[in-house]
Ligand binder design. Structure first.
Ligand code: ATP
Length: 359
């Protein structure tokens, strides 16, 4: 993808659709064919960063969960990245509009996100800025990971250093200055906490207080909104937000966690409607793989719609805990979480620019 000189010769710039740290993102329309794209303008004084962003987007291109880079232009002061347009806006805006997500909906988001993150890690890329502002949606509602401005290439086992990320989503090891691809799992864990609980897990009145919370606060998964959230969801969050990096779950392991598999591959209604299966489930010798096969065969010939009443966390816990034989270790109860703050307020507070914006 050579740098082309004149954007205006091939595209017409339209309205602004987003504002980033370094510049704006606008709609642009191809002069031939009329197809619409997103055009991100980046100043030339950060040339090396732009090169890295472009190089990483090209390296990852082709995955359906990654925003495709179409062309790069430049003029005297700026680079212009012409990208696939995500017409459904940002996940953050959807969260602000709709509030907390049902477990099923959150599981679908996490599954799609972790599939992309797993792909990035396999391709030797750490995103380093996983947050709902950087997760875009297509018109059909599918997620696309965007903004590779902080992403880094890593060789196998190579460690990264240098503080990068957005404070509320940053992993504790980033603050200590030596980290790996597992920081993306932490960021996704923070996101899952917000999706289900409605507030950020680590908060504080200043940046230092937020960082201190990230390093030390033990989350209380027993009170408030957690009471109506399944233990398996809490189990997954605690594994994603594990400060012991080697013990933290990988992207691949998130995808095979029973909570994700249950909600995304095994329609609950079909399972509960089928008594022979629920009877099987309680038999201790039944393995997760066998149940999974049952579920797959049900979902392949069942036309039943997933509905809100599938979201009964008690049933989920009973079924999935029995299914998996996974020992669900309850996270330690110690300090209380900060009171839940609605998502809208959280990101419109004075701290918003600090907490939700990348360093
Ligand atoms: N491909 C796209 N399709 C639709 N909107 C987009 C696209 N890319 C970016 N945007 C919009 O522009 C905003 C800023 O884009 P982006 O995050 O890439 O910029 P940035 O300068 O790197 O931002 P940040 O401050 O998060 O680092 C996004 O939050 C989104 O609203």
């Amino acid at each position: 993808m050579g740098r082309k000189k004149r954007l205006e010769s091939e595209y017409e710039l339209g309205a602004e659709i987003g504002q980033g740290k370094f510049g704006s993102v606008r709609i642009c329309r191809a002069k031939v064919g009329g197809e619409e794209f997103a055009c991100k303008a980046l100043p030339k004084n950060g040339e090396e960063t732009v090169h890295r962003e472009v190089e990483i987007m090209q390296h990852l291109s082709g995955h359906p969960g990654i925003v495709t880079l179409k062309a790069v232009f430049e003029d005297a002061d700026k680079f212009y990245l012409v990208m696939e347009l995500c017409g459904g806006g940002r996940l953050l805006d959807e969260m602000a509009r709709e509030g907390k997500f049902s477990e099923q909906r959150a599981a679908i988001v996490i599954k799609d996100l972790m599939s992309v993150v797993k792909y990035c890690h396999e391709m030797g890329v750490v995103h380093r800025d996983i947050k709902p502002e950087n997760i875009l949606l297509t018109k059909a509602g599918k997620i696309k990971l965007a903004d590779f401005g902080l992403a880094a290439r890593v060789a196998d086992g190579q460690k990264l250093s240098g503080i990068a990320g957005s404070p509320a989503y940053v992993a504790p090891e980033v603050l200590s200055g030596c980290y790996s691809e597992k920081v993306d799992v932490w960021g996704a864990g923070v996101l899952l906490h917000v999706l289900l609980h409605g507030s950020l897990p680590f908060q504080g009145g200043s940046l230092d207080a937020v960082f201190e919370a990230i390093k030390t606060v033990e989350l209380d998964f027993h009170s408030g909104p957690w009471e109506s959230i399944s233990s398996l969801a809490r189990d997954l969050i605690s594994r994603m937000l594990n400060r012991d990096v080697p013990s933290r779950i990988t992207a691949d392991e998130v995808l095979s966690h029973p909570w994700v598999v249950f909600y995304t591959e095994c329609p609950l209604k079909a399972v509960t409607a089928n008594l022979s299966i629920t009877n099987d489930i309680v038999a201790p010798r039944i393995t997760w793989d066998r149940i999974r096969l049952h579920c797959e065969s049900i979902s392949s010939d069942s036309s039943s719609q997933r509905s809100a009443d599938q979201d009964e966390c008690g049933i989920v816990d009973a079924l999935t805990a029995a299914i998996t034989n996974v020992r669900i270790s309850e996270p330690k109860r110690s300090r209380l979480c900060n009171p839940a703050i609605p998502i809208q307020q959280e990101c419109s507070s004075n701290l918003k620019s600090n907490l939700c914006t990348a360093f």
